[in-house]
Write a protein that binds this ligand. Structure first.
Ligand code: ZN
Length: 204
């Protein structure tokens, strides 16, 4: 890879330790850092996957059903099979799981959409700002757009990992809306990271 001299602007081959024109050894900051798009994408992929899984778990917790609700669902499921209901310990594991899932689904539907969305996405959102800040802070040059592009790649990768790899129930709309929001969060995070980096450099 070639580098541009910071002092005189001469383009030098990657093999040259010194500028072929002035002997300078400092490279000018590049305008675009492709490796930070991919490096960032990896950060964002991991946080997207972890954040969404934790969010889904939080929602399950919030929607944890009363035993009476599980029993009510179990009665419905068994009645459909013409089996009399005794108690929860006598039904088959898959019937118990189905009863619990049905009770949780009803509770989830009762939680207002705004709260549901917050439980699901507050952690991924915070992590995206943090990731953007990390990319902005540890990269040498300005990597704001790079962080944003990385967030898009990372989200697409994380989305398919969750949907196809882990079989998560996650809609295309989530990806569509998330790409724009995720890009914005990553950019905000990266700007913060650059500001912190500047402050640190000034303090030195
Ligand atoms: Zn030079």
């Amino acid at each position: 890879m070639s580098w541009t001299c910071y002092s005189c602007g001469t383009k030098n081959p990657g093999s040259a330790d010194q500028c072929t024109n002035c002997g300078g050894t400092t490279a000018a900051p590049r305008s675009f850092y492709l490796h930070w798009v991919f490096g960032g994408a990896l950060f964002f992929l991991i946080t997207y996957a972890i954040g969404s899984i934790v969010g889904a778990t939080l929602l399950e917790f919030a929607a944890a059903p009363e035993e009476s609700a599980v029993i009510a669902e179990a009665k419905v499921i068994l009645a459909a099979k013409n089996i009399p209901f005794e108690n929860l310990s006598t039904i088959k594991p898959d019937e118990l799981a189905a009863s619990k899932a049905a009770a949780i689904a009803k509770n989830k539907a009762k939680i207002p959409a705004v709260i549901r969305g917050m439980l699901l996405w507050i952690l991924p959102a915070l992590l995206f700002v943090l990731c953007g800040a990390v990319v902005g802070f540890i990269s040498d040059g300005k990597t704001i757009i790079e962080a944003g592009l990385g967030s898009i790649l990372g989200q697409v990768g994380g989305f398919f990992a969750l949907k196809i790899g882990l079989g998560h129930d996650i809609g295309w709309l989530v990806l569509g809306a998330g790409l724009a929001i995720g890009f914005a969060l990553a950019v905000v995070g990266s700007i913060l990271g650059e500001k912190i980096q500047e402050m640190k450099e000034r303090a030195v």
